[in-house]
Each structure stands twice: as C-alpha cells, then as structure tokens.
Design a protein around this ligand. Structure first.
Ligand SMILES: CC(C)(COP(=O)(O)OP(=O)(O)OC[C@H]1O[C@@H](n2cnc3c(N)ncnc32)[C@H](O)[C@@H]1OP(=O)(O)O)[C@@H](O)C(=O)NCCC(=O)NCCS
Length: 165
C-alpha cells in the first residue's frame, strides 16, 4: 500500500532512510535529515511511504526546485529509499511511479534528480543538456519533462538539501 507520509511516520522514515543509504559511496549521511528539513520548511510537496503489513518499507519525497533562480512547476525527486531487506522487489519503482503521478496531477511540468541513469531511465529520466545543477556530474543529473518544453538553465534544489548530516 502506498500512502502519504504523516508526521507520525517521521521517526520510522528517518531510520529507514539512514539504513538504506548507510555505506553507499554516494551518500554523505544527510538524506534522513533532508526529509525532515523539507518538512520543516513546508516544501515536502509529495511524500509517500510504502506500507506492508503495517510496516513502512519505503519512502519517496518530492520538493520544488528553481530554474535560474525562478520558481517553476518543476520538482526534485529525492530522497527515495527502500528498507535494505526489501530492496530489489519493486517497491522503489512503485513509489516513484506513484509520486510522479501525484506531481503530474498537481500540474508539474517536469521532475529532476541526481541518481543512477541505469535505474531512473526506466521512468523516462535522462540527462538533458538544457538543464544542469552545480556540483552534480552531468551524467547523473537526470530530467523527466512531462510536456514538450524543457527550460534552459541551472537547477537549484531547496536549501534543505544542504542540511548537515
Ligand atoms: C534505489 C532504491 C530506492 C530502489 O528501490 P528498490 O525497491 O530496491 O528497486 P526496485 O525493486 O524498484 O528496482 C530494482 C531494480 O533497480 C536496480 N537498481 C537498484 N539500485 C540501482 C542503482 N543504484 N543503479 C542501477 N540500478 C539499480 C536493480 O538492479 C533492479 O534492476 P532490474 O529491475 O533490472 O532487476 C533502493 O534500492 C534503495 O533504497 N537504495 C539505497 C538508497 C538509494 O540509493 N537511493 C537512491 C539514491 S539516488
């Protein structure tokens, strides 16, 4: 079952995100505090959890980004995490697809993320020379437009992504 994350879920989600990212070479340990900082800033536009037998087994968050400093109907995906013992069973894909549907229904024009092209390509994400984000290597900065238009420019994620680990 996929549902909206509630404030009551925060402690479980924090633990899950920490466990999922622990030891990953691309993690600096800030992913769990990022979710909380996004909520505290009121910019957790969509936050979903996957629940099975009453236990939370996965989480995904979406927050607004800016392009060339201007707010647009574009969102950043992340963090996304699945409990280590439940990875590779389709939970991440289900969460991401449900989340993309939700932001599309809110009128989003597209979504961006930093991640592995081999995983996110299945949802239609791809590097796009029109958009970049400082500090993220071009091949890992992935874009999914929902319409024909992709603005040119520099993407900035919400300041919550700069929270200390
Ligand atoms: C990434 C993550 C959210 C995917 O969720 P999941 O439920 O494990 O993945 P799914 O079952 O939906 O998909 C499994 C597929 O993803 C692939 N996959 C998982 N992580 C991948 C990665 N980093 N790069 C490429 N492929 C990846 C698996 O090989 C598998 O491929 P297949 O469908 O061709 O067999 C989860 O593995 C996770 O929490 N990882 C640790 C935290 C993390 O890295 N988050 C994303 C940071 S960008």
């Amino acid at each position: 079952m996929i549902r909206d994350q509630q404030p009551d879920d925060d402690a479980v989600v924090r633990q899950l995100v920490e466990d999922a990212f622990r030891g990953r070479p691309y993690s600096d340990g800030s992913e769990a505090p990022i979710v909380e900082a996004l909520r505290a800033a009121g910019v957790l536009t969509v936050a979903l959890v996957a629940e099975e037998d009453g236990e939370i087994v996965g989480q995904v968050a979406f927050s607004p980004i800016t392009i060339n400093g201007t707010a647009r109907d574009w969102y950043g995906l992340g963090p996304v995490a699945v409990r280590p013992d439940r990875q590779g069973q389709g939970i991440g894909q289900a969460l991401i697809r449900a989340g993309l549907d939700r932001i599309r229904a809110l009128g989003a024009e597209g979504c961006v993320l930093a991640g592995a092209p081999g995983y996110y390509g299945r949802f239609g994400f791809a590097a796009d020379p029109r958009l970049q984000s400082p500090g993220i290597p071009a091949q890992y900065f992935l874009v999914l437009p929902f319409g024909a238009e992709v603005p040119d420019g520099t993407v900035t994620f919400h300041a919550a992504f700069g929270v200390e680990p």
